[in-house]
Design a protein around this ligand. Structure first.
Ligand code: NI
Length: 223
């Protein structure tokens, strides 16, 4: 018979979850590696404290928000919440926290610039902001090129116009380039949920605009 384990402290649950995720994402080269998770957690802690969020839910959700992305799960949006629920239940995390974390994971993935993904809780808005911050700025630029290479996309092709996708299906199916992705990312600044997140997004947004201007100048032999 399996002896029931003693109730784990929140610190221990967070520690084991971090180890679990580090192991799951080891070797990922698509831009959703462990260091993405570590950066999202760091930003989420800063934003969450500023916004008086429940930091336990924020940290768990930040750690688990891409739990199923490493496989790209064949487009199955429910793979992430399912994997997170199984993991948290195995640690006997209280049901309410599991529900909150899983709802955040189900809602968070980027589905195209025009597809709204409203978060119902403050904790969700915090983690979503932290995830969006990692898509912009210097790190966002590096991740976009890393992902483009992984997906076999051209870096830039002036004949393929940038477009904001109206549906998730559209976003998944259209051929595009890495530079075109930037134009969708430039819309993120105005979609930040929280005051703290918006403030952090400003500088990263400005840096990306500078980068794009310089890229365009070099592409056209102007500098
Ligand atoms: Ni993410």
């Amino acid at each position: 018979m399996v002896k029931p384990e003693a109730v784990l402290s929140r610190e221990e649950i967070l520690r084991r979850t971090e180890l679990f995720i580090r192991e799951q994402l080891a070797g990922d080269s698509s831009g959703h590696d462990w260091w993405h998770i570590a950066r999202v957690r760091a930003s989420a802690m800063v934003i969450g404290r500023a916004e008086n969020a429940d930091m336990y839910v924020v940290e768990l959700a930040a750690l688990l928000h891409d739990v199923a992305d490493w496989k790209f799960h064949g487009g199955d949006d429910s793979a992430g919440p399912k994997a997170a629920r199984a993991w948290l239940e195995s640690l006997a995390v209280e049901g309410e926290a599991i529900d909150q974390v899983c709802e955040i994971i189900a809602t968070i993935s980027f589905k195209g610039a025009k597809v709204a993904t409203p978060m119902h809780t403050l904790e969700g808005r915090v983690v979503q902001d932290a995830d969006r911050l990692d898509a912009i700025g210097a790190v966002g630029i590096a991740r976009t090129f890393a992902y483009g290479g992984h997906a076999g996309q051209a870096m830039h092709d002036p004949t393929l116009a940038a477009e904001a996708h109206a549906t998730f299906a559209d976003y998944k199916s259209k051929r595009t380039t890495t530079i075109n992705h930037f134009h969708e990312k430039l819309l993120l600044k105005d979609r930040m949920n929280t005051t703290a997140g918006r403030r952090l997004a400003e500088a990263r947004h400005a840096f990306m605009e500078t980068f794009l201007r310089q890229f365009d100048n070099e592409w056209n032999g102007r500098s």
